[in-house]
Design a protein around this ligand. Structure first.
Ligand SMILES: [Zn+2]
Length: 273
């Protein structure tokens, strides 16, 4: 079943091979790679997610397998929440590395599972729809999801902006949200190599309005990067990348090898609304 809704009138969208359209005749073309762009006000300016360069860096890094352990752990958590007939929405799915892995795992284990991915970056969504043919993708922001009320059993948010009200609106009551965030010591050695005074990540309070905390799983392991390209790609995926001064950039350019801790938390919640 489709869960995408019209970003103008909120009616359900139906699709044929070329377009999605609502009963009020708002239509949205399906791109050649298979996604639909449901972002309105595209000319309003501002940044619309990762550009092609950033998406490429992320894709190259993830495709090298450094985060495979995280992928496996997330696949297991999502599979443990899933049942046949369920609908999963990946909010802020990026270039689809995790969406694709999770999708393949779920389709192997369950029947009639529908998987959807949304990201505000058109370049990222283009990659995602080329990578994963079993899921449906749309360009849209997580703060205004073009998704029907109460249509999702599971919602995944990995390193993506959080919008509790929207997530609760699209989740069924007792539907589950699986959130993945960086842990306290994530990329600690990378930060030590670059910053004069590195800081630990702050992990925020687990309590979220309207959600009941169900489980927290911590994952920590070491990765070994053997080229400057991999190191720069990894660094460019972090929020620090945009705040880095000239000195730090010079240090980054000179790094050829690095062992660093990667640390994540997979947190599961139930929607109580
Ligand atoms: Zn409409």
């Amino acid at each position: 079943m489709n869960i995408f809704s019209c970003p103008i009138c909120n009616e359900i969208l139906n699709n044929d091979k070329k377009t999605y359209s609502c009963s009020n005749r708002h239509t949205y073309d399906i791109a050649r790679s298979g996604y639909v762009n449901l972002l309105i006000n595209q000319s309003s300016g501002g940044v619309h997610g990762d550009n092609k360069l950033m998406v490429n860096a992320r894709k190259m890094f993830l495709d090298s397998g450094y985060y495979q352990q995280l992928l496996k752990a997330t696949e297991n958590t999502v599979a443990s929440c899933c049942k046949s007939g369920m609908t999963l929405l990946d909010c802020g799915c990026g270039e689809g590395y995790y969406t694709d892995g999770i999708c393949k795992t779920l389709l192997k284990k369950f029947e009639n599972v529908d998987i959807f991915g949304i990201d505000i970056s058109k370049d990222a969504i283009d990659f995602a729809s080329k990578r994963c043919k079993e899921a449906r993708f749309a360009v849209a922001g997580v703060f205004h999801l073009p998704v029907l009320d109460r249509s999702c059993d599971l919602l995944l948010t990995m390193f993506a902006p959080y919008c509790g009200e929207e997530f609760q609106r699209v989740l069924k009551t007792n539907g589950q949200m699986i959130m993945v965030i960086p842990g306290v010591r994530h990329l600690w050695e990378l930060k030590q190599a670059i910053y004069a005074v590195p800081y630990l990540n702050q992990v925020k309070d687990y309590e979220l309005d309207g959600f009941e905390l169900q489980s927290v799983e911590k994952i920590s392991y070491e990765i070994e990067l053997n080229s400057n390209e991999d190191i720069v790609n990894l660094f460019s995926m972090t929020p620090y990348y945009y705040k880095t001064g000239k000195n730090e950039q010079e240090k980054l350019k000179l790094l050829e090898k690095l062992k660093t801790t990667v640390e994540f938390e997979i947190i599961t919640y139930a929607n109580m609304c």
